[in-house]
Design a protein around this ligand. Structure first.
Ligand code: SIN
Length: 281
């Protein structure tokens, strides 16, 4: 069977048909598609947790998530679950996984086990396309800037009363101690493209800017970056395995399936130190 790659939108995302993630001969084609499209939804997989782990390890060492509940026998696989009576989905706000870490995650993959008949899609946005869409003046300003990212306000003590925490899907609030400074624009290690590296969930402020200034510029960038032209949407069915590039994209789980169950297995893969697009003067 030949592998077919069908773009999902103009700026990012592709669906892949006819691939088998357990077949080592298919890996290079999948890696190239991942690099070209930033998000790939590989359809029609039927894999065990061990096979998902083996596939993830081809991208790099697995990062065991500190905060997510995981499969009992497989700490490498985080459970992304929403039961019919639960109100909050994991990852509802636009974000980039683990940007609060000193060396943030390279990519993440979700494997769909159980999905609602309608709803529960995931949105993605291209931070390379969003950056390219800014004016030359704004690009230049951002190239010389850094931003603080933190896990505290998302996974720390303050979130203990949320539905995801109360239902045991997110925990270990005492481990939410990460605060790290990253370039606001990074040079992508595979494509060489510049990518806007701030996100609504984890970015706290621009370094050396006061809160008002920082909030105003971040609000502008967040509005700019989610214009439909920079996004794509993955519709899930059981057996779809989607991998996204955390250095080039944001994502957001759409919480529009109240009364239905959605169960996914997630693995996140370690990255490499981020390279600034241009060193600050
Ligand atoms: C996540 O943010 O990792 C979850 C995304 C999703 O469930 O669609």
């Amino acid at each position: 069977m030949t592998i077919e790659i069908k773009p999902l939108a103009g700026n990012l995302g592709a669906e892949i048909f006819g691939a088998d993630v357990t077949n080592p001969d298919h890996f290079q084609t999948l890696l190239d598609a991942f690099s070209d499209h930033g998000v790939i939804a590989i359809r029609d997989q039927d894999i065990t947790p061990e096979q998902q782990i083996e596939f993830a390890e081809r991208f790099g060492p697995i990062n065991v998530n500190r905060f997510f509940a995981h499969l009992p026998d497989h700490p490498e696989i985080a459970l992304v679950l929403k039961e019919p009576d639960q109100t909050q989905a994991i990852g509802e706000r636009w974000h980039t996984d683990h940007s609060y870490d000193e060396v943030p995650a390279r990519c993440s993959m979700l494997y769909a086990i159980e999905t609602p008949e309608a709803g529960g899609d995931t949105m993605f946005a291209s931070m390379c396309a969003a950056f390219e869409g800014l004016s030359d003046g704004m690009k230049d300003t951002l190239r010389s800037m850094k931003a603080w990212h933190s896990s505290r306000h998302i996974f720390g003590e303050v979130r203990k009363t949320t539905d995801t925490a109360k239902t045991g899907r997110i925990g270990n609030s005492e481990l939410a101690t990460q605060d790290n400074l990253h370039p606001a624009v990074i040079r992508h290690p595979l494509s060489g493209r510049e990518s806007l590296y701030v996100n609504p969930d984890f970015t706290v402020s621009f370094d050396t800017w006061n809160k008002e200034e920082s909030d105003a510029l971040l609000a502008y960038l967040y509005k700019h970056a989610v214009q439909p032209e920079y996004t794509c949407r993955v519709r899930w069915v059981p057996g779809t395995l989607t991998i996204w590039d955390n250095l080039a994209t944001w994502h957001k789980a759409i919480n529009d399936y109240a009364g239905h169950r959605r169960r996914m297995h997630r693995i996140t893969v370690d990255g490499m130190p981020l390279a600034a697009s241009r060193q600050a003067a």
